[in-house]
Design a protein around this ligand. Structure first.
Ligand code: PHE
Length: 456
């Protein structure tokens, strides 16, 4: 793998690849319901601050490690800190994306199901008031969600097996703008619904008095989740980035598009939630319960086939966004098994598939027959989601910032950040970046962790 390591052709390609990983279910599915659960505008405000102040420097840290070492996570630790305890960071960042992928794939499966449902015009043919209930019935059943999880994971495995080809990159470049257009269309519709104003107010009103301490780790976890941080994905992709590329510019490009996308998804969904009289804090079902409801209403009030087409395109787009993210998760583990353990690509994909399938199946059942099984008071699915986004991702991020801030030499880090001093703008803000990575990121993450534990 190391020997055949390539570099991305252009900044656009770098941003597209990183954004392909970053923009996914985290933006469209997770962000709106997190905002709904933690109090709307105030949550979004801390989410934006956490993204720019803590997540972005960590994204750059991971990029610096990846490009410097030109290796995957474990190889990078071996190259930059040979024979040290840092190898555990390599191991953590191989295990975490595989756990993450297990439950991500369950939600990916939901989008496959909803694509099929829209293809069979189910949302048009079901009375609007019954639509939110479809979701609960579906996820609590035994076989169908597992079948969809299998299909989704199979697609991910199939793509990773063939290598992350140019076809996928091109496909992403085509579908991401389509997704953008769709979201804009849905925002316009959603905001124009009677009663939508409450949803808009909910998103822009920053009432910090209602914010609980637990909202801070949730916002930080969401920022890390959405930018694919702390699990070695950015590191691995950055190892393909050319030495000429400006890491700060591509990192900013990725972070801003990801942030915008999340906020747009919030504005596409929340006003409709309020207009439909649904609860903003319902949790993981939010997108799946509300969007089909809107599509149904659109069909009733205008052209039925048009709303069906929009529903199909929307769920296909969610599926594509989820696939490009899941591929990046699987590739981290595959790269590790190939580089460090000498396993073939097929063997690596098969091993990860089996593990993720089993854990994912348990997660899926935790909405139905296994709903009584609790780990630290949470269902299996919720436990893994919390474990990854509230603990493993920030922990990985914390370690990456400590690695860049304290383990690597200042000269090496500066060299990567400024391309050997040739990027003038980067030189000017170098001190700010280094200060954030060395002090603010570790301290910020720790404080948020601790406040979360005491607050919840
Ligand atoms: N960022 C992806 C999303 O928002 C999820 C992800 C997390 C992907 C970590 C890779 C690594 O859907």
């Amino acid at each position: 793998m190391n020997r055949e390591r390539e570099t991305f052709g252009s900044r656009f390609a770098v941003i597209m690849a990183m954004a392909g990983s970053a923009i996914g279910l985290g933006n469209i599915w997770r962000f709106p319901y997190m905002a709904g659960r933690w109090g709307g505008g105030a949550f979004i405000a801390i989410y934006i601050v956490a993204s720019l102040l803590l997540a972005l420097p960590i994204m750059l840290s991971e990029s610096i490690i990846g490009r410097r070492s030109r290796s995957g996570t474990c190889g990078a630790m071996e190259k930059l800190a040979p024979g040290s305890g840092w190898k555990w960071l390599g191991i953590l960042t191989v295990v975490a994306p595989i756990i993450l992928m297990s439950y991500y794939s369950v939600v990916g499966g939901w989008s496959v199901e909803y694509m099929f449902k829209s293809l069979s015009f189910e949302f048009n043919n079901t009375p609007a008031e019954d639509i939110p209930g479809l979701f609960g019935t579906f996820i609590s059943s035994t076989w169908e969600p597992i079948l969809m999880h299998t299909l989704f994971l199979g697609m991910v495995a199939g793509i990773v097996l063939g290598g992350v080809k140019k076809g996928i990159e091109k496909f992403t470049k085509l579908t991401m703008p389509a997704l953008f257009v769709m979201i804009v269309a849905i925002i316009i519709y959603s905001v124009s619904l009677p009663g939508a104003g409450d949803g808009v107010r909910y998103l822009v009103k920053t009432d910090f008095s209602k914010l609980s301490a637990a909202a801070f780790p949730a916002a930080l976890g969401q920022a890390f989740f959405s930018l694919s941080l702390g699990v070695g994905t950015v590191l691995t992709y950055a190892s393909y980035v050319s030495k000429k590329e400006n890491l700060l510019a591509s990192g900013l490009g990725t972070a801003i598009s990801d942030l915008l996308f999340a906020i747009m998804a919030g504005f596409a969904i929340m006003p409709a939630v309020f207009a439909a009289g649904l609860e903003p804090g319902t949790g993981p079902g939010l997108v799946f319960e509300t969007l089909p409801f809107i599509f149904n209403k659109m069909g009733m009030s205008s052209v039925p086939w048009l709303s069906a087409v929009i529903a199909i395109v929307f769920f296909v787009a969610i599926l594509v966004a989820a696939l490009t993210s899941a591929i990046s998760m699987m590739e981290v583990g595959v790269a590790y098994l190939r580089e460090e353990k000498g396993v073939s690509r097929l063997g690596a994909v098969a091993m990860i598939f089996c593990f993720a399938w089993t854990v994912g199946a348990l997660c899926s059942l935790s909405f139905g027959s296994l709903s009584g099984v609790k780990i630290f008071g949470q269902t299996i699915f919720n436990f893994l989601d919390k474990l990854c986004s509230d603990i493993l991702l920030p922990l990985g991020g914390l370690m990456f910032s400590l690695f860049v801030g304290w383990k690597m030499t200042r000269e090496d880090v500066r060299d990567e950040f400024t391309n050997g001093g040739t990027l003038k703008a980067n030189c000017r803000i170098w001190n700010v970046f280094y200060f954030l990575v060395r002090y603010i990121c570790p301290a910020g993450i720790l404080i948020i962790f601790i406040s979360g534990f005491f607050g919840s």
